[in-house]
Design a protein around this ligand. Structure first.
Ligand SMILES: [Zn+2]
Length: 161
């Protein structure tokens, strides 16, 4: 796209140069006028091609910026994901848990396995349950893990029952 715009810019400039050269040899006012109109047309073409080349370059710069951002995010996620290990919270219910001793430290928490597999860290939030169970909700994909049984959910529990 950019190459095409630059090629048509080059050909427009060459055509404009040819017309200008031929005008120098003209003595007839009407013929001169006709060539002046052609020249204006070619200059307009050249301007349009220059604008197209600029737009194509701007699009490439924008694309480069987006890719750089994506690389930074991927590197950041590669570091983040090492901080978690898969854990069976209760039989058949899985979440990624912050490993012990990671630096910098954070309070113990679980992240959503579904989002983790998609390269996203989404902390599961405890929803009020009854005396025997709690639900851990993902704010992103809306996964809801129901955890039944006393003492199965230690992180953030109110302790002692
Ligand atoms: Zn999720």
């Amino acid at each position: 796209m950019e190459v095409t715009a630059i090629m048509s810019l080059t050909s427009s400039l060459k055509a404009a140069g040819d017309i200008a050269n031929s005008m120098l040899k003209l003595r007839d006012a009407a013929a001169f006028q006709q060539k002046a109109i052609e020249l204006n047309g070619e200059i307009l073409n050249a301007q349009n091609s220059a604008l197209a080349a600029n737009a194509a370059q701007a699009a490439l710069i924008e694309e480069k910026r987006a890719l750089e951002k994506q690389i930074v995010e991927m590197k950041d996620w590669a570091r983040q994901k090492e901080r978690y290990g898969l854990k069976e919270i209760v039989r058949g219910v899985f979440a990624y848990e912050l490993k012990a001793g990671v630096e910098p430290p954070e309070p113990t928490h679980y992240v959503c396995t579904n989002c983790y597999e998609q390269g996203k860290k989404r902390i599961l939030y405890r929803q009020p349950g009854d005396a025997r169970s709690v639900t851990l909700d993902c704010p992103d994909c809306k996964t809801a893990l129901r955890v039944v049984g006393a003492g199965v959910y230690e992180a953030g529990s109110e302790g002692g029952h």
